[in-house]
Design a binder for this molecule. Structure first.
Ligand code: AMP
Ligand code: MG
Length: 393
């Protein structure tokens, strides 16, 4: 009995909990998921400063003023500004006590130790402390993925390390006597292994660490040995092929022998029907179809959300809606995943298929920005229909 895509995802996520968080040095934090709310302990910027190179003065009418001191970045003035005085100041330097405005250097005339300044409004060219962030404010919430901007803000908050979700350890196992690594000559009947590369790349993109890659022959003992090794050290196993019901499909019996409990087998999905999922204690095991497109589609729909959840992130952050630019025939029994190019127009996202959609046509993934999710049905969805999409990122 095939289950729906939504039901399958629910069963996966019900088995996937966040890994224990750990402290991560800021230099290593890019791409990690924040496991704590980050509040600022101080105002940002920390003090009132000048937005320009120029002169700090009292606000008000212009005149010719004595230059009594200097405030440079990192070297504040050593005295306060008195009425009728000017202090030379650089961009980012602390505003001297008593100053009410800064006049840019382009608008003054310097004559030795004196400066002629025009009239100036209170507050001109001053950056106030706390203008960006106030002490005690929530700046980045737990669950955020750390990109360059987050890393920069954490540095500006003075945090040399942050608490991040764990990095899931993934084992990628591809099965098949026909598989040949890139670089090896092809003998009759052999094909090149692409799934090991696809799944490892997808796992890395999802924030996981690929700790093991193995090509497993279609042999019961070899399959069981490879799976046992992977189960001993990975949080998640992604297996491709060998999961169907042919005489040379040894994955399911091997998993059963190793105590992995089946959670589902078979999804009403095209491509991707022969998808298997099971668990052993906290370890998640995905038996993905061997067909290269099916393997990538099912990884994205089921394994990626699990990896995101393990890492402490929101698992389904890649859903959106888009308008079909071409009609699409529905499949009567199964939800369909169509590899699409994405365009953004005034009325939102638009999608159209990249090319022919056979589950063996791996190049249909080239240029695919999104999967369009087409509900099962007997008809054809006309161009202009709004559908769910999964953004590929
Ligand atoms: P299977 O699920 O093992 O019956 O494989 C289904 C189809 O996917 C067969 O045509 C296999 O040759 C192909 N296939 C299996 N594994 C891979 C792989 N690692 N890379 C590319 N194609 C594969
Ligand atoms: Mg096979």
């Amino acid at each position: 009995m095939l289950i729906t895509v939504a039901e399958a995802l629910e069963r996966v996520l019900s088995q996937a909990g966040p890994l224990p968080p750990e402290q991560v040095a800021l230099e290593q934090a890019l791409g990690r998921v924040l496991a704590e709310d980050v509040m600022s302990s101080e105002d940002l910027p920390p003090f009132d400063s000048s937005a320009m190179d120029g002169f700090a003065v009292s606000a008000g009418p212009g005149g010719e003023l004595p230059i009594v001191d200097e405030s440079r970045a990192g070297h504040p003035a050593t005295r306060a500004l008195g009425p009728g005085e000017a202090i030379r100041i650089s961009t980012g330097a602390a505003l001297p006590a008593g100053a009410g405005a800064v006049i840019p250097v382009e608008r003054v005339e310097v004559d030795g130790e004196r400066v002629r300044v025009p009239e100036v409004a209170a507050g001109a060219n001053i950056r106030r402390s706390g203008e960006d962030v106030r002490a005690g404010e929530l700046v980045i919430a737990a669950g955020a993925q750390l990109g360059p901007a987050e890393v920069a803000v954490l540095a500006s908050l003075g945090m040399p390390r942050v608490r991040c979700g764990g990095v899931p350890r993934v084992a990628v196992l591809v099965t098949g006597d026909e598989l040949v690594a890139p670089g090896e000559p092809l003998q009759p009947g052999q094909i090149r292994d692409s799934n090991a590369y696809a799944l490892a790349a997808q796992a890395s993109r999802a924030g996981a660490r690929v700790i093991r890659r193995a090509v497993v022959p279609d042999d019961p003992a070899a399959t069981e040995a490879a799976l046992a090794d992977a189960l001993a050290e990975a949080d998640v196993l992604c297996i491709s092929g060998g999961v169907s019901v042919g005489p040379h499909d040894h994955v399911k019996p091997a998993l059963a022998a190793l105590g992995v409990e089946e959670r589902f087998w078979g999804v009403a999905l095209k491509p991707g029907k022969p998808t298997w999922f099971g668990t052993r204690e906290g370890t998640l095991v995905f038996g993905l179809p061997g067909n290269p497109v099916s393997a990538m589609v099912t990884f994205h729909l089921f394994a990626r959300p699990a990896l995101r959840r393990l890492a402490g992130a929101e698992p389904s952050d890649s859903r959106a809606r888009a308008i079909l630019d071409l009609p699409l025939r529905q499949s009567p029994e199964r939800e369909q995943v169509v590899r699409c190019r994405l365009a953004v127009r005034d009325d939102g996202f638009h999608v159209e298929p990249t090319k022919a959609q056979g589950s063996h046509v791996l190049t249909s993934m080239l240029g695919a920005d999104a999967f369009a999710l087409i509900e099962k049905g007997d008809g054809e969805l006309p161009a202009g229909t709004r559908v769910d999409i999964e953004l590929l990122k």
